[in-house]
Structure formats: structure tokens, C-alpha cells
Design a protein around this ligand. Sequence first.
Ligand SMILES: [Ca+2]
Length: 277
Amino acid sequence: MENRAQGAFEYILMLSGVLLVVITVVFMLQGTTSNANNTLGQSRSTLDSLITTSVKEAAEGDRPSSCLRLYNRGSKTSGNYTIYPRGLPIQAYCDMTTSGGGWTLVLLNSPYATPPKPGWADATFGNSVTGTFGTDINGAFDQLVGVAYWNAIGNQLRVEVGASPTSISHRAYYSFYINESKNYSLSMTSGTLDVGSTYPAMATYHAANNYQFTTIDSDHDASSSNCASNYGNTPWWYGSCWDGSFWGGGDSGSYQNRPYWTGSGSDYYAWGAIWIR
Ligand SMILES: [Ca+2]
């Protein structure tokens, strides 16, 4: 007992010594000018954010949550990858070149496939693909990555439409958040444009009004009918019903099966995609 008590005492003594050195260093640093303190504060803040990111990445192990994580680990070639948002595997297309790379495709309406028609379970926690999920963004597929994964993939949206991926007519960037407790309502803020001069109605109508997510089997829209069932069974943040849906009329009705940037008139395009980073 005596030896153990003595050991503990020496240990405490050693800890006190270390603490004294730390306190001395802190006081020395505090003794420098306020400019130096500001610099130190900024460095500390940068260091904290780096530690947070690297801790998150380390925690993910070999199951990266997004294309950005893959990009940061050295995957700089666009194509298909497996990502693990919320720890669950998703086949995703990654754009590793546009606007800094690291973009995960979460919605694609290509001219070569009809839109998916997922019910609530697949539109939230599934990964709905129609056509052939290829290694090429020009590939013949449409896709919706479940909205329950979107926050885990990133916090920036890139929305774009055009004749093809290499012929973009409108492109906008937003900060975004999916509110799971409000039936996956979508918030889009701080919009900027880099192609075209109009903001998408996805932001100015659907997100701006906090419309909730509606699927063929789960109606949360502002219409007396189910808007998803009115428009090819495609899920969207319908109001009553849409003003710029990336599925358009789905594959039924008098509307085009195309992404509409604004309104439901003639502002539709052959190709449209939504990306997250
Ligand atoms: Ca399509």
C-alpha cells in the first residue's frame, strides 16, 4: 500500500510539473501582443476545424461518406464509386473535376431513361435508379439518392440544367439542409449563379415555401390531391403542385418528362442534375 501511495504521489507531482509548464507557456503566449493573440486564435480555429475533419474522416475508416471524402483521399477521376452516407452503401456517380471536384450526384434526369418512381421508403433511405447505371455521366440512367442521405453527403447543392452535361444553360449553388422532422422539407440559402441569370424555382418556390417531400404513397404537399401521382409518380417538394421540378411531368400527363428550371411552361431542358458537396 505504501509503495502504491508513494507511486500515486510521484505521479501527481509529475502531472503538476507538466501542468506548470503548460500554464507557463500559455501565460508566455498571452504576454505577446494582441495581434499575435489574434493570429494565434485564428490558427487555433483553423487547427480545430482540421482536427474535426480529420477525426470525422478517421472515424469513417474505409467507408467514406461522400465523393468529397473520396476526392480528399486522392480519387481525382470522375465515375462510379461506393459511398457510405450514414454508414450505408450507395452507388454514386462522382464529379471530380467541376468546381473543385468532390461532387456527389443525388438526382439525374437524363434524356435516356424515364424517372424513377420510388415510394417513401426508397425516396428517403433508398437509391433509385432507372436505366443502366454507367460510368459515364452521359450514361443512360436517371437517379434519386434518398433524401435521408443528403445532409450526410454535404451541405452545398449544385443544380444545373442544359442540353447535356457539357452544354449547361443554368447552374446555381446553394447551402442546403434537409429537415428530416418536417418530412424532409428542403431549405436552400445563399444562392449564387455561375451560368445563366435566373434562380431555379426549386429554390424560389419549393424550398422558399418549406414544402415537404411527397411520394406516390406519402402525401405532404399543399394540394388536395397527391402531386406525385399527378406527375408520373415522381417524388418532389411539391406545393400545389410544382414550379420547376427536375422530373417535370414524369412520364405521364401533358408536361415534358424533363427538368424544368422555372415554371411549368417552356423553361425545360434535355438534361438536369443535382449534386452535393
Ligand atoms: Ca429521364
